[in-house]
Design a protein around this ligand. Structure first.
Ligand SMILES: C[S@@+](CC[C@H](N)C(=O)[O-])C[C@H]1O[C@@H](n2cnc3c(N)ncnc32)[C@H](O)[C@@H]1O
Length: 276
């Protein structure tokens, strides 16, 4: 696998594009483990973001019924078309953040780190069974952080409102060519059963996390404009706000839902920002 990758690189005189996060996996064991973690069968439709030179795509194609691979770099798409003749892989040329994703059951990818955040938020809007994704370590740690943790953030809260997430393996820089500057990690994401998923008002979450170390009362005063309410109006209601004295970074998704319900009851969320 490693030999094949480097022979393609030399053959096409490929210079990896840093801006596109082109750090290719060169350790077959990691690829194997991630394919195993996806528990693929012939019934599965798999989505891959950023197939690069096809090392992971090739293994996915052997186990899944169908693979969709979205790649932004036209040169890479041309190389993949010349080098492989997968019967069950459809290459989609485009930006994974912008193009519409096909329906899929599982997503397995070594993500370009520049788009980790928009891809993760986009993923959470889709129905799927399981995601096995490689992220930058620091991002992965934020995804799994619990309320009160040093690195608990808007991302942690939004992801955990809808899914169970687990960091299952750390990966050193040497597993990629060229070597990235940061370590990486594998994260498994599984959507919670429908009845347990919490739909949050994203705008309220943004308003709160603008001031993640403040108390909820103080954060809402400072961010009142972000939820479409003036400071004076909101101040008069804040004394009976649920979780008022908690710090924002200690809020669980359920706590935010309580706050949202209270603001809704008192007509304190701008209509523009209400959930439909
Ligand atoms: C980290 S490399 C992974 C390559 C390959 N899967 C591997 O593991 O060796 C990320 C890949 O994503 C592609 N890419 C970068 N930005 C993208 C975007 N916005 N949409 C789709 N693909 C993108 C890059 O061109 C590159 O091929």
């Amino acid at each position: 696998m490693r030999d094949r990758l480097f022979s393609i690189i030399y053959k096409y005189n490929l210079h990896p594009n840093k801006n596109l996060g082109q750090n290719f996996l060169i350790v077959p064991d990691i690829i194997e483990r991630n394919v195993e973690r996806a528990e693929l069968s012939e019934k599965d439709i798999v989505l891959e973001i950023g197939p690069g030179l096809g090392v992971l795509t090739d293994e996915l194609a052997k186990k899944a019924g169908k693979v969709y691979a979205i790649e932004k770099d036209r040169r890479i798409i041309e190389i993949l078309r010349k080098e492989y003749s997968w019967p069950n892989v459809k290459l989609i040329e485009g930006d994974a953040v912008k193009v519409e994703w096909p329906r899929f059951d599982k997503i397995v990818s070594n993500l370009p780190y520049q788009i980790s955040s928009p891809v993760t938020f986009k993923l959470l809007k889709h129905e799927f069974e399981r995601a096995v994704l490689i992220y930058q370590l620091e991002f992965a740690e934020r995804m799994v952080a619990k309320p009160g943790d040093r690195n608990y953030s808007r991302l942690s809260l939004m992801v955990q409102a809808k899914a169970n997430v687990e960091l299952v393996e750390r990966i050193g820089k040497g597993a990629f060519w060229p070597k990235p500057k940061v370590d990486s990690a594998v994260v498994i994401i599984e959507p919670k059963p429908e009845g347990e998923r919490i739909e949050l008002n994203e705008n309220l979450v943004k308003a709160l996390f603008q001031h993640r170390r403040s108390t909820v009362v103080s954060a809402l005063k400072k961010s009142a404009h972000m939820i479409g309410v003036d400071k004076k109006t909101i101040k008069s209601y804040l004394s009976s706000l649920p979780h008022a004295e908690k710090r924002v970074f200690q809020l669980s998704p359920e706590d935010v839902l309580d706050i949202e319900a209270y603001l809704e009851e008192n007509d304190l969320l701008s209509k523009k920002w209400r959930k439909v």
